[in-house]
Design a protein. Structure first.
Length: 328
């Protein structure tokens, strides 16, 4: 098998893993929306997810190499881990939780698909090798998905967004940018240090590094709204298990598989666009949300088309020669 064919198979495998992660990530939108409509404070929604995620990860660690390698890596470079976690976990999820009360889960899921192009557009700021070049073909397909997101938003709002909706949309777009940046920063740090950590170990490390900030968020939430209700706590636990552990580990695994293939890395990140489809189905079935129609439905179809185009694109990747670094 040629190197190009091997890269193509690896890229398609990464897309499959990323699609599976999207299914579990969708729990974020559906359960956060349920918490918001139930009166739960957005800061509790954000803090509880990661405060609960940490103890849930502990039983998994002996199966994936243990905590010791993660702890050594964090002690050696605490600022790098704190920076990645602050951007990719704390900043990302605070903004997403704040936006959850602005509309149906599929609307937030659709807006978050700005991450399709955000990771690629940030590449020149993050990399110093061949990966700094924005893959134009992948960016073009990402643009198709982004147009679908815009149509989705304006179709739902019937051509106009009020002030609250614009604020929520801005929060989601910034959140969608922070998430891939945090992940890529950590991957780059591990490349430079030569440390080899599995996807689960990386998730555990970033979750642990973010705990001081989540405790501050929890203190703010308590001051604003008192203790969280039992239903909100259970909803946050569901997000922690489905999105915080299963989905995040799968996503980190997918991006780690193609860290040296810019188009495939962007495509793996873009598979989160499938969250829109999953959110539409789950929101309609369990939250009584309406299905998109008219212009919004057309936007959803463009998102689906973009997913198919990305899969086709990365099945024929162009090999890029990079220095040999250990893969996570």
């Amino acid at each position: 098998m040629t190197a190009g064919a091997h890269d193509g198979r690896r890229a398609l495998a990464a897309i499959g893993v990323a699609l599976l992660s999207a299914l579990f990530f969708t729990l974020t939108y559906v359960l956060n929306r349920a918490a918001a409509t139930g009166g739960g404070h957005w800061a509790w929604t954000a803090a509880l997810r990661y405060l609960i995620t940490l103890p849930l990860l502990l039983p998994l660690m002996p199966l994936v190499g243990g905590i010791a390698p993660v702890w050594r890596a964090m002690r050696a470079h605490p600022l790098a881990w704190f920076k990645s976690a602050s951007i990719g976990f704390v900043g990302f999820y605070l903004l997403l939780a704040f936006a959850a009360s602005s509309g149906p889960s599929w609307l937030i899921a659709g807006s978050f698909q700005f991450t399709v192009v955000a990771g690629m557009l940030c590449a020149p700021l993050l990399y110093r090798d061949a990966r700094r070049k924005v893959p134009m073909a992948a960016l073009g397909v990402g643009g198709v998905i982004l147009v679908g997101v815009v149509l989705l938003q304006f179709g739902y709002a019937q051509g106009r967004l009020d002030r609250a909706a614009w604020i929520a949309l801005a929060c989601v777009l910034v959140s969608a940018t922070l998430y891939p940046i945090g992940n890529r920063l950590l991957l780059l740090h591990l490349e430079r240090t030569g440390e080899t950590l599995s996807a689960t170990q990386r998730v555990f490390g970033m979750t642990l590094a973010s705990q001081p900030l989540w405790l501050l968020v929890a203190a703010f939430a308590y001051q604003q709204a008192g203790p969280p209700s039992l239903p909100q706590t259970w909803l946050a636990a569901g997000v922690a298990m489905g999105a915080g552990i299963v989905a995040t580990i799968l996503f980190f695994q997918a991006t780690g598989m193609v860290r040296d293939q810019p188009a495939a890395l962007g495509a793996a990140e873009a598979m989160q666009a499938a969250e829109l489809l999953f959110a539409m189905v789950l929101g309609a079935l369990f939250l009584g949300e309406t299905w998109p129609h008219g212009v919004a439905l057309g936007g959803a179809c463009l998102v689906v088309a973009g997913i198919g185009l990305f899969a086709w694109l990365v099945s024929r990747p162009t090999p890029i020669v990079l220095p040999q670094e250990p893969h996570a």
